[in-house]
Every structure is written in structure tokens, then in C-alpha cells.
Design a protein around this ligand. Structure first.
Ligand code: HEM
Ligand code: HEM
Ligand SMILES: [Fe+2]
Length: 456
């Protein structure tokens, strides 16, 4: 860590990891409700559990991105963050908003109130006041990092990161628009949900991976930048019109079936490019960086993202296939591996890389960290397989044979038990990760306060 203000990241990541624990725990309970439907049905019904699970995910991933920006930008721009006070104000605002949303849902506060009450559009459930708070926090953040970047050295990494973060804020604004017409509602809803994960978040992913590769492999910046531009260009070219794969059956014009099928199939390219990029850099790298766990997470990130988003996405993205699989467990299988591979792993990679440098000690607890990688990754992969089988059976029984939804669900119980088993392993793996990165650590390396490894 070369700049004092990089330590701001630490507080964002503490908050992110706390919510990560909440997220997987809520997922686990929701998975248990799938096999024991009355569990907690009075206290924490399934719809609330599911909302907490998916929203805690989105919020902690965003907190992780903000932390990554506060960590990466000073080093790249060769400047301290413009205003640490604004950065902490932004974090407080986001934490208050998160708690507000959780309490509103758990106790059903202000029910029916358009500003204070719950909203109930998947992933955008936050009450309006929380959404407005998020907009203020986003503006404060953009102001802060944009001024830092403008005042300092401009690199491809800062430019792409900035573009991604501006995009996140701009597309979030469509979450505030809630037309009464259900078709229009869905069209704009996807402008947040799809254009985030298959557009601007990919830019954040590419730039953070580029930063990690730069530090860990020591490959020339020019080489890394060329890859970065290829990834950015292909992800925007495919991702924007790829939105069409969500317009097949919602009442939008018919030409979307073709536009969506063609462009979303091409979305595999940037994810594949990220795999080739990360492995090539490691292969060509001249540096033997001691933080092997960070390298493992970075390679795991591009690989699992390619499978989760690329392969499992392509599996159901052509409209003649999606006609059958739409909204089944196939979708859930893809959603889990894509989010885990791309954005969970990305955050855990940059945290694994940066925490030792923030604490000013050598990489520590590497074995525990790598154990958590293999536990979480294999359990998520297993969960994905199980849900894919469940989805194939469900598609056949429900969409081909015409059995009723609940009758089919009965047939899937065994798969849901296995998903629950995988979930237990994910939760344990997540706790090991948290212990390994921010739990007790031996500081007696003789390098405290020094610029530690030469490679850093
Ligand atoms: C970091 C790991 C995880 C990520 C990234 C993740 C992500 C998600 C996402 C994106 C959804 C919404 C899916 C959709 O709309 O298709 C979801 C739903 C769900 N997740 Fe997770 N999840 C994770 C861990 C878990 C774990 C450990 C369990 C435990 C069994 C679990 C159980 C569930 C359940 C039961 C749902 C609701 C599915 C439904 O409504 O049918 N998740 N998760
Ligand atoms: C990291 C990137 C990605 C993430 C995090 C992600 C996540 C998700 C999630 C959570 C859903 C369920 C949304 C809902 O209905 O609530 C979904 C749906 C979908 N995704 Fe992705 N996805 C990614 C990339 C891709 C890619 C690259 C493709 C195509 C190659 C793809 C194809 C689809 C399709 C076709 C659906 C609609 C499924 C249905 O009809 O039920 N996704 N995605
Ligand atoms: Fe999409």
C-alpha cells in the first residue's frame, strides 16, 4: 500500500464481508425452506428470505467494487483519494440504507407507503427513500473518484474502471422508473439487471482483473492494456443488444427473438477473452509474487465466470430453447454460477490481494484462503449441476408433459436436498474465507511497515 487513503477500502470490505455472510446464510435458510416448507414461515417467510439473499448479494458486491476503486485508483492515478471524508460519508449512507431496507422488509414497516414502504420488484426491492439514498451515495462516490483520476495519472485501468462505475450509477437510475404498463416495467427493469451484469459490471471486472494481473505477474502494462480494450469492446458490443434475450416473452416486438439470440450468444466472447487473458499473463509473467491465493482467486474468477455466464448462459439463451427453460431451475443454476464466478470471485480476489498490503504484512493464511476457494468453488459447481438436472427434469415434466408446477416440485425434492448440502459447504467456505482474510493474523514477519514483498 503506497497511499494512505487506499486504507479506505478496508472499511468497505469489512461491511461487504459481513453482508456476504448474511447473504449465504439467507440462501441456506431459503434452500432449507425448499425442502421443509413451513420452516420459519411466520417469522421469515420465503419471499423475505429470498429478497434478503439476492439483495445482500448485490449490495455487498457493490460495496466490494467501491472498496476496490478506493484501493486501486490512488495507486494507478498516483494520487491520494480526493476526499476521504466523502468516502466515509458514502459508506455510512449505504450502511444506513441497507439496514433501513432490511428492517422495512422484516417488520413490514410503512406498508403501502410509496416512499417508505417495500417495493417488491426483484433485485430492486429497496424502498424509494433507500433508492434515493443510493443515488446520493453514488453521486458522492463518482465525484470523489472522478476528481482523483482527473488530477492524476490516467491509465487504461482507471479509465475503464471509471467508465464501469459511471455506468453502474447511470443504469441504476432506470430502477427509479416504474411504469404501470407491465411490459414497459420489465423492459426498463432489465436495463438495470442485465445491463449491469452483462455490461458495465464486466468493465469493472476486466479492469480489476487487469490490475491484479499487472501486480501479480509483472507483465508489461502495454500488453495488459491491449487485452483490456479488446474485452471492453466485445462486452459492450454484445451485451447491449444482448438485452434482447430477456425480451422474448414479455410482450416486446418479435424481432427481439433474433437480435437477442444472436447478440447474447456473442456475449460468450468477452468471458472467453478474460480466461485467455488471465492465463496468458500468468504464463508469460516474469514475477513470482508470494500471494498465491490471490492468483488462485483471479484465475478461478475468469474460469468460473466463463462457465457460469458463458457456457451456462449460452445453454438457454437461444429463443427456441429459452421457450422451454424460461424461469425454471436452469435459470437459477446459471444465475448462481455466473454471479459467483464473475463477481463474488472477483471481489474475493482483490480482497485477498489487497488486505495484506493494507495491513502492511506479508501474504498470510494462504492455505486457509485456498481451502476456502476450493470449498466454495466446488460446492457452487455442484449446486449448479444439481439445479441444472432439476431444471431439465422440470422443463420436461412441466413444459413438455404439462404437469402442474407444484406436482413437478414434488418430483424435484432430491435435487433440492442436494442443493441444501452444497449450500452448507458454501457457508462454511465463506466463513473460512472471512477468517483467513480479516481474522487473527501473525504480524511477526519482520516486515511490518515496510513495503513488504518486492513484487507488491
Ligand atoms: C455466493 C454464493 C451465491 C450466489 C452468488 C447466489 C446468487 C443467487 C441469485 C442471483 C439468486 C436469484 C436467482 C434467480 O433469479 O434465478 C439466488 C436465489 C436463491 N439462492 Fe442463491 N446464491 C448463493 C449462495 C446460495 C446458497 C449457499 C444457497 C443455499 C442453498 C442458495 C440458495 C438460493 C435459493 C433457495 C434461492 C431462491 C431460488 C428461487 O426463488 O427458486 N444460494 N441466489
Ligand atoms: C456475469 C454475468 C452474468 C450474470 C451475473 C447473470 C445472471 C443472471 C441471473 C441472476 C438471471 C435470472 C434473472 C431473473 O429472471 O431474475 C439471468 C438470466 C438469464 N441469463 Fe444471465 N447472467 C450473466 C451472463 C449471461 C450471459 C453471458 C448469457 C448468455 C450467453 C446469459 C443468459 C441469460 C438468459 C437467457 C437469462 C434468462 C433466463 C430465463 O429466461 O429465465 N447470462 N442471468
Ligand atoms: Fe441477460
Amino acid at each position: 500500500m503506497k497511499y494512505e487513503t487506499q486504507a479506505i477500502a478496508k472499511w468497505y470490505w469489512f461491511a461487504a464481508l459481513a453482508l456476504f455472510a448474511v447473504q449465504v446464510l439467507m440462501g441456506l435458510i431459503a434452500g432449507y425452506v425448499y425442502v421443509q416448507p413451513n420452516f420459519l414461515s411466520e417469522l421469515l417467510p420465503f419471499n423475505i428470505l429470498r429478497m434478503l439473499h439476492s439483495n445482500a448479494l448485490i449490495v455487498w458486491l457493490l460495496l466490494g467494487f467501491f472498496g476496490a476503486a478506493y484501493y486501486i485508483i490512488p495507486e494507478e492515478a498516483e494520487r491520494e483519494i480526493h476526499s476521504p471524508a466523502i468516502a466515509y460519508f458514502q459508506l455510512i449512507l449505504l450502511v444506513v440504507g441497507t439496514l433501513g431496507a432490511v428492517l422495512t422488509y422484516m417488520f413490514n414497516l410503512f406498508d403501502g407507503n410509496p416512499i417508505l414502504g417495500k417495493q417488491g420488484r426483484e433485485f430492486l426491492e429497496q424502498p424509494l427513500w433507500v433508492k434515493l439514498g443510493i443515488v446520493v451515495a453514488a453521486l458522492a462516490f463518482l465525484y470523489n473518484i472522478t476528481f482523483t483520476v482527473l488530477a492524476g495519472r490516467k491509465t487504461a485501468i482507471t479509465n475503464v474502471l471509471l467508465l464501469g462505475l459511471w455506468g453502474i450509477a447511470i443504469f441504476f437510475l432506470f430502477g427509479l422508473y416504474n411504469p404501470a404498463n407491465l411490459v414497459l416495467d420489465k423492459i426498463y427493469w432489465w436495463w438495470v439487471v442485465h445491463l449491469w451484469v452483462e455490461g458495465v459490471w464486466e468493465l469493472v471486472m476486466a479492469s480489476v482483473l487487469a490490475f491484479i494481473m499487472l501486480k501479480l505477474t509483472g507483465v508489461d502494462r502495454e500488453v495488459i492494456e491491449k487485452w483490456l480494450y479488446v474485452i471492453v469492446a466485445t462486452s459492450l458490443f454484445t451485451g447491449v443488444l444482448g438485452t434482447g434475450h430477456h425480451y422474448y416473452w414479455i410482450g416486446a416486438p418479435g424481432y427481439w427473438t433474433w437480435i437477442g439470440s444472436i447478440f447474447s450468444s456473442l456475449e460468450v466472447i468477452p468471458f472467453f477473452a478474460m480466461v485467455v487473458f488471465t492465463f496468458m499473463m500468468v504464463w508469460k509473467g516474469k514475477r513470482n509474487h508470494p500471494n498465491k491465493a490471490a492468483l488462485l482467486w483471479a484465475l478461478g474468477c475468469s474460469t468460473l465466470a466463463f462457465f457460469g455466464a458463458g457456457v451456462w448462459g449460452f445453454m438457454h439463451t437461444l429463443h427456441p430453447i429459452n421457450y422451454y427453460t424460461h424461469g425454471t431451475q436452469v435459470t437459477a443454476a446459471h444465475g448462481h454460477l455466473a454471479f459467483f464466478g464473475a463477481y463474488v470471485s472477483l471481489n474475493l480476489a482483490i480482497m485477498t490481494y489487497a488486505f495484506p498490503s493494507i495491513f502492511r504484512i506479508n501474504p498470510y493464511n494462504q492455505i486457509a484462503n485456498m481451502v476456502s476457494f476450493w470449498m466454495m468453488s466446488s460446492a457452487m459447481a455442484f449446486m449448479t449441476f444439481v439445479l441444472t438436472f432439476a431444471g431439465a427434469v422440470q422443463t420436461h415434466l412441466q413444459r413438455v408433459m404439462g404437469m402442474s408446477f407444484m406436482e413437478v416440485q414434488d418430483q424435484l425434492a432430491l435435487f433440492y436436498w442436494m442443493r441444501f448440502g452444497a449450500g452448507v459447504a458454501v457457508v462454511v467456505g465463506a466463513l473460512i474465507f472471512i477468517y483467513a482474510t480479516i481474522g487473527p493474523r501473525k504480524e511477526a514477519t519482520g516486515l511490518e511497515g515496510a513495503a513488504l514483498s518486492p513484487a507488491e
